[in-house]
Design a protein around this ligand. Structure first.
Ligand code: ADP
Ligand code: ZN
Ligand code: ZN
Length: 739
């Protein structure tokens, strides 16, 4: 090394959140003892300031030292990203071909990203006081603001942060003060973890299959092992998770539990906290930024011993990691479908490997990817073939819906069975994965249909809100009474949504209370809990809903499940369509007969002889999956091959397609001799969405290595393309949907 005046300064390599794929060199401060990688720094970047993460300290810069800008200041003493998360971030940046700065930023809570100190501040919340719990809000008729607040508080007994109240109630503080003065509401501070109970419920006596699964995992908690816990719905997988967690806790370690977005129900938390006498923290999308930071810190410090969360919880720092559990590993919500397009299950495996701890993936309907991994002996399979206790798996029948008269929501045979089950004192569940009243609105006179102006899609009729709504871009318009084209009153609806099903049941079964659970009826905080309460208590006898109702719930009195509208999934443009259909049908069916009363499932289809449907109902999910795997292998589709989509969108179709065509030409000459398959460019199945035209270029290879060496050149090649200026583009590795 030479000695010049700058030599005492070291080169800090910093990840800055930009679309560029590299880290950047800066001059580190002179006298600081070198900090550990993973601390935040403030740096000048172009004409702005940015918050970056220190990746490493180097001796040699990539460019001349004189050109380097100095670090402005060091924010942290201790890293906000521990080594295992830095390693995970680097791995993810390489694998998903997403810029390292953007990946690391994504991993941090918003307040940490913004540069706030990574220390806990307890946040005030407001909640209903004991005296206000059962108060009839009608008594506050003359104080509408207080009335509205009280309703909100009663719906959210756990309390709400100021930030959340701000969003729903303008200038709420004086009204809140009035409620507090009357003793109906109170201010409290919210700890990021629950207060653990001293006395917990004892575990069940596990059945032999459960015991065997538990023993297998616990025989080696000290190393990296991948387990697939395949257990039919109601077979007691959650009990196995709890058993594993108990042993992990006994070793003084933490457990991270990932659940699907709609799997994170109050019942699940209740179950965990009533069984485990340790602090538990929960991470989900309804937390305020401050709550999220507090939860994050409680995991990082080791205070929270069990961390339960949705997809993004895979990035939670853990002081003493012991095991990672992924419930419903097949669930689509583990894949992030915009920006940094990662798969939380796949990252969980990588993280567990870095940490050298076990990872347990559970499902009644494992993904084809995981089943192939079992076949290839990468995962070890644990099997729970039967339901616990007296519960039997329900009997499934397909009903021919071709003869159902137009205008009748459900077929006559289904209607008859519903009547019988209700008369016997049971609950019925009607599943339809389409919210709104009807997917199509048309004019009988001139053929006009309500289409979205910004998407290649029909707008859905929402009768309750008296709107037309596009489910792809969110556009809304008033529901016309007369045809906008010919002005005649000849408009009619086509197809079925959950609102219409609800209306049908209210009309035909007026003596039985129904509850509809979909995104429209659960938009406001607390509504979902309320509706689930109606379902669990048995007050509502008819449960109508979308996939929000399909998974995880345990409704002991449901004996009949009716499944509507699955035909479109059988004819999906996506090669994964049938897999998703089979998973959903199996999961929904699993809601039937979960206690002593036997269950039955009726599926309406206009394709009652469809071979995949037939395989599924006569021989079960596993037989279906084996057939589907054979088809994928024959067609050379994932999981037998690897795919990546390069997506582009622009204001015109020519721009999007032209950009990808140019990229394809470049890639082809770059990858000469490589066994990579380039398909397209082609317009996306829904070409226009939210006013932008979308196109794909599909890359496919037998070896991940081949795919990744091609993807590696993409950012460089794109940088040389003049067409890049008129498009937004992204790389989607292992895409889970082709739209
Ligand atoms: P899964 O997660 O596989 O759907 P759960 O763990 O929710 O299944 O179990 C289904 C039901 O059976 C729950 O009500 C649970 O309390 C009960 N259960 C689980 N294991 C046992 C057992 N060994 N003995 C009795 N009941 C059990
Ligand atoms: Zn018309
Ligand atoms: Zn639209």
């Amino acid at each position: 090394m030479h000695s010049s005046s700058t030599d005492s300064q070291s080169i800090w390599h910093i990840a800055v959140p930009t679309p560029l794929h590299t880290g950047f060199d800066y001059l580190g401060p002179v006298h600081t003892p070198p900090p550990a990688a993973g601390v935040r720094v403030r740096v000048p970047f172009g004409r702005r300031l940015a918050i970056g993460i220190l990746l490493e300290i180097k001796q040699q810069a990539a460019v001349e030292q004189k050109k380097l800008k100095p670090i402005l200041n060091l924010i942290d003493v201790n890293p906000v990203l521990p080594p295992d998360l830095l390693a995970l971030g680097r791995w993810a940046s390489d694998y998903y071909h997403h810029p390292i700065g953007a990946v690391l930023h994504h991993m941090l809570p918003a307040l940490v990203r913004q540069g706030l100190p990574a220390v806990a501040h307890t946040e005030s919340i407001w909640r209903v006081a004991a005296a206000g719990k059962d108060l009839d809000p009608a008594s506050l008729q003359r104080a509408p603001k207080q009335q509205a607040l009280l309703v909100t508080l009663q719906q959210n007994p756990a309390g709400l942060a100021a930030e959340v109240l701000d969003a729903g109630h303008a200038n709420w503080r004086p009204a809140m003060q009035a409620l507090c003065d009357k003793g109906w509401a109170e201010r409290a501070s919210l700890a990021p973890v629950n207060t653990p109970r001293t006395v917990v419920q004892p575990a069940f006596d596990l059945n032999p299959d459960q015991q065997q699964a538990l023993n297998a995992v616990c025989s080696n908690l000290n190393g990296f092992n991948r387990w697939l816990l395949e257990g039919v719905t109601g077979s007691g997988k959650t009990e196995v998770y709890l058993g594993i967690i108990e042993q992990v806790l006994a070793l003084g370690r933490q457990a991270l539990v990932l659940v699907p977005e709609i799997g994170l129900t109050p019942q699940l938390l209740q179950r965990f906290s009533s069984r485990l006498s340790v602090p538990i923290t929960v991470i989900h999308s309804h937390l305020s930024d401050r709550q999220r930071l507090n939860a994050w810190l409680s995991a990082a410090s080791g205070e929270a011993r069990v961390i339960i969360g949705t997809r993004s919880a895979i990035f939670i720092p853990l002081a003493r990691p012991g095991a990672i559990i992924i419930d419903e590993e097949h669930d689509g919500s583990f894949k992030q479908n915009d920006g940094f397009r990662y798969h939380a299950r796949d990252l969980a495996i990588v993280r567990a490997q870095h940490l050298d701890i076990p990872v347990v993936m559970g499902s009644a309907t494992p993904s084809l990817e995981s089943l192939l991994n079992v076949q290839q002996a990468r995962y070890q399979r644990l099997h729970l073939p039967v339901r616990t206790g007296p519960a039997q798996l329900p009997h499934i029948t397909v009903l021919d819906a071709r003869n159902t008269p137009a205008g009748q929501a459900i077929s006559s045979p289904l209607q008859q069975r519903v009547r019988q089950h209700l008369a016997a004192g049971n609950q019925v569940l009607i599943f339809l994965n389409r919210r709104g009243y009807a997917p199509i609105y048309m004019c009988r006179a001139c053929g006009w249909s309500a289409d979205c102006q910004r998407c290649d899609a029909h707008m859905t009729v929402h009768r309750v809100r008296d709107l037309l709504c596009c489910h792809h871009c969110g556009a809304e318009r008033p529901l016309p009474r007369n045809c906008p084209d010919c002005n005649l009153a000849e408009l009619f609806v086509l197809g079925l949504g959950t609102e219409q099903v609800e209306e049908y049941f209210q009309e035909h079964f007026p003596d039985y209370k129904s509850v509809r659970i979909d995104r429209d009826t659960t938009r406001r905080k607390g509504q979902l809990e309320q509706s689930l309460q109606l379902a669990h208590s048995g007050t509502a006898r008819i449960l109508i809903g979308t996939q929000m109702l399909a998974k995880g719930h345990h409704f002991p009195q449901v004996t009949l499940v009716g499944i509507l509208g699955i035909d479109q999934a059988l004819f999906s443009a996506d090669f994964r369509g049938p897999e998703y259909m089979a998973q959903l049908v199996t999961q929904v069916s699993g809601r039937a007969g979960r206690a002593e009363r036997a269950g039955e499932v009726l599926i309406e289809s206009r394709q009652p002889q469809h071979p995949l449907l037939h395989a599924l109902i006569t021989r079960g999910y596993r037989a279906f999956a084996d057939a589907a795997l054979a088809e994928r292998q024959a067609a050379q589709l994932p999981p037998y091959t690897r795919m990546a989509l390069i997506r582009a969108e622009a204001v015109s179709a020519q721009h999007a397609l032209g950009f990808l065509a140019a990229l394809r030409t470049q890639l082809q000459s770059n990858m000469q001799g490589s066994p990579i398959l380039l398909l397209g460019p082609a317009p996306a199945p829904m070409e226009r969405r939210a006013g932008r035209y979308r196109a794909h270029l599909l890359l496919q290879a037998n070896q991940p290595r081949v795919l990744h060496s091609a993807l590696q050149c993409v950012p460089v090649l794109v940088a040389g393309l003049p067409q890049r200026k008129s498009v937004r583009w992204s790389i989607d590795v292992d895409p889970s949907e082709m739209f």
